[in-house]
Design a protein around this ligand. Structure first.
Ligand code: GLA
Length: 727
């Protein structure tokens, strides 16, 4: 619910459990008064304190009043050059070369429903939303800034976006335009980020805010394996089930910056948005720039509830599920089984082994097109390699379909190999600065997706493939960090737009594909989880979580990912042992338990499996399908933290009506004299009685308060699952 008090210029956003408030004061400076547990209506600006602070200057209207400074007051959208020395949200330069932004409140507008952003991903939905638009202006610079707030009350979700308009007669350069600025009048918070590298994405790191700026960012052109555009701030003592915490996600898949500054008066500012690195957007008179959307959830009761609110909102109000509430298919992918070395027979063998085990979709990964026999050639040549697949997809797809499987393909649209027909014809389509040698990544170059002619060509070629057989799934991959960013199609003074225009180009093509093929399931992938962000999820309902398929490493990767993103978004497969990334061997049962807490599929040569393995797989697939709604749409509870390297990792899915639950657990390395352990469950109805694995009668309160005794595990990384159903 949005409550406006026009007399006092107080704007309050209420969600089910939280309240957010700002106020335009007597100088029309928009101050941030409060964000926290829900409170009753009223002017909360009494929380803002005023005092003369030596080195903090005072705006002109304040005259000789020294207790009023932008540098000490909590700002709703921070400015620069006029007295606030903390992190700026916006920087722009008019023709006179100055760099000041002095934004003052003009008016506000309450709009029913949810705003949308042209060309950018955004939360959506017909019901439960309200929008507030606040307009601010820098009169001298003739610049207007519109702050958008979307409120999804039931989910405690507040979205934000920013539109900057040049109202003057001359061009203005925009150097920085954050999507979110959040000021706290306290600095004693912990900062939580999700960091890693290729094949080790989204490991959780938590540190107390220290004085100065702490940040995570990407300048790789992707949101990156290394840091995620989702961060948290929380009470020092907050944990899964207790304490105040804030999560902020940026719906953006390119260069981002998330920075927290603990400033001079112990207050803290969080800024999130497009990374200012190599960003400079030229706004001609009358033009507007829209910054990507950010989404915030505040939970007064720990991380778990914050995550579940994000999960529900992402599932119901961000992704576009082509299956419209129906089950997505269990898939078999040939990559780890064959890499580039396969022919039609091999693919048919793998598919033939998968069908009787209950799998539903065969995905032909990299290597099917152009001269793609290794990762050094072929990218850009999106036509079937008929040496490997005689007769093309027209011959292969019907064979796969006859077995009862649907068919999917891998593509990497944004890339080009120098050894390709496309590069020989259009070398200038790849990023590269004239006079400088190329920087390669995985032996490939990046196509200039800021260019429409380049995108149109690639989309046309891929569309021809999609139209040549019945294809119901596309894995959209992207396998390098971007470098040599320079577009032959833009003048020198617009090169600072290329990184952002690139991502807009990716979004545009994904949107086109989504609209041309409404039933098509697109899975995002960037060398595994290098672009696992809320922006991508708008176009691709699932994303390959990591190239690391080792079940033990995946416990941590999926745990970190779950803080913002739902299980139904996490691409997870069972692969062969010894694992290709770690060399580790764990049982098929353990691999299955971990992968089925994601989108679930297999990525191995099933034609080479033993009868015993096939029986296990068949049971796993049937179990997953039976409990699909519970796992994919239920509430997710983290029961332990794998980064604490405890004796086991456990998690739980609970149905919304709490009548069903699935507890999954993987033990740690085996040890002698294993202590007795009891696992306390979460999220059940204390008043209900449950059967556990079809037996007994246990009350919800007993299982949550007293717990469930664990068996003594006799080997490393043993799995356990408990299925609970209310009697
Ligand atoms: C990336 C993906 C893998 C696979 C290969 C193919 O690494 O993450 O899953 O598709 O590319 O080259």
């Amino acid at each position: 619910m949005i409550v406006l008090d026009p007399q006092n210029n107080v704007f309050t956003l209420h969600t089910k459990h939280t309240t957010y408030q700002m106020k335009a004061d007597q100088y029309r400076v928009l101050l941030h008064s409060y964000y926290g547990p829900r409170v009753r209506d009223g002017d909360l600006s009494y929380l803002i304190q005023y005092a003369d602070r030596g080195a903090s200057p005072n705006p002109n209207e304040a005259g000789h009043r020294r207790d009023y400074s932008l540098d000490t007051l909590p700002q709703e959208y921070s400015t620069c050059g006029v007295g606030d020395y903390r992190l700026p949200s916006i920087e722009f330069g008019p023709e006179d070369g100055s760099c000041l932004a002095d934004l003052r409140y003009v008016n506000c507008q309450l709009v029913p429903g949810k705003y949308s952003l042209e060309g950018l991903p955004a939360f959506w939905g017909d019901q439960g939303w309200e929008t507030l638009v606040i307009r601010m202006e820098d009169a001298a610079a003739k610049m207007a800034v519109e702050l958008y707030y979307g409120v999804l009350e039931e989910r405690d979700l507040i979205t934000r976006a920013v539109r900057v308009i040049n109202q003057g007669e001359a061009p203005v350069r925009l150097y920085r335009c954050a999507s979110l600025c959040l000021d706290f009048q306290r600095g004693d918070l912990d900062f939580i980020t999700f960091d890693g590298c290729h094949a080790q994405e989204r490991n959780l790191h938590r540190t107390p805010l220290r004085h100065g700026v702490q940040s995570v960012e990407s300048v790789r052109g992707t949101s990156s394996h290394h840091h995620n555009p989702f961060v948290m701030l929380c009470d020092r003592e907050a944990n899964e089930d207790y304490g105040l915490c804030y999560g902020a996600a940026l719906l953006y898949s390119g260069n981002f910056l998330a920075a927290a500054e603990r400033a001079h008066l112990e207050h803290n500012r969080l800024i999130m948005g497009i990374n200012p690195y190599h960003f400079c957007w030229k706004l001609e008179p009358g033009e507007a720039f829209t910054a990507p959307e950010a989404a915030m959830v505040c939970s007064p009761s720990g991380f778990g509830e914050m995550s579940r609110q994000f999960h529900r909102a992402i599932r119901e109000n961000l992704i576009h599920d082509p299956f419209q509430g129906k089950r997505r298919p269990v898939l078999i992918n040939n990559w780890e089984a064959t890499e580039f070395t396969f022919d039609a027979r091999k693919l048919v063998d793998i598919a033939g082994a998968a069908a009787p085990l209950g799998m539903e979709l065969f995905v032909m990964d990299d290597g099917w097109f152009g001269k793609r026999d290794s990762d050094q050639s072929g990218l850009g040549d999106w036509f079937v390699n008929e040496e490997k697949l005689p007769g093309g997809l027209g011959a292969l797809v019907p064979k796969i379909k006859e077995m009862g499987l649907s068919f999917g393909i891998w593509v990497e649209p944004e890339m080009i190999s120098e050894d390709s027909e496309l590069y020989r014809a259009h070398p200038d389509w790849a990023f590269g600065v004239p006079g400088r040698p190329h920087t390669r990544g995985r032996s490939q170059l990046t196509l200039d997706f800021s260019r429409k002619d380049v995108r149109d060509h690639i989309y046309g070629a891929i569309k021809t493939v999609l139209d040549s057989g019945e294809i119901s799934y596309v894995k959209w991959d992207m396998n390098r960090s971007i470098s040599d960013v320079w577009s032959a199609a833009l003048p020198a003074d617009r090169q600072g737009e290329v990184f952002h225009r690139y991502i807009l180009g990716v979004y545009e093509m994904l949107d086109q594909m989504r609209q041309d093929y409404p039933g098509l399931l697109i899975e995002g992938c960037t060398g595994g989880g290098g672009r696992f962000d809320a922006g991508m999820l708008y176009y691709t309902p699932q994303i390959w979580c990591s190239d690391n398929t080792d079940a033990v490493d995946r416990l941590g990767i999926q745990y970190g990912t779950s803080f913002c993103y739902p299980v139904s978004a996490m691409g997870a497969h069972v692969s062969a042992v010894p694992n290709a990334q770690t060399g580790r061997r764990v049982s098929m049962e353990t691999r299955g338990v971990v992968a089925m807490s994601g989108t679930f599929g297999y990525e191995m040569d099933l034609s080479q499996t033993t009868q015993e393995e096939r029986e296990i797989i068949q049971t796993q697939v049937a179990f997953f399908k039976e409990h699909y709604d519970l796992i994919q749409k239920g509430d997710y509870y983290r029961l332990t933290d794998p980064f604490q390297y405890g004796p086991y990792t456990a998690w739980e899915h609970v149905s919304p009506d709490k009548r069903e639950a699935l507890v999954s657990l993987v033990s740690g390395p085996a040890r002698s004299s294993e202590p007795f352990r009891i696992l306390r469950l979460k999220g059940l109805d204390p008043a209900l009685d449950y059967q556990v694995n079809g037996e007994g009668c246990w009350s919800g309160d007993l299982l949550m308060e007293a717990g469930w005794p664990l068996p003594l595990f006799r080997d490393d990384y043993q799995p356990m699952q408990l299925y609970l159903s209310a009697i």
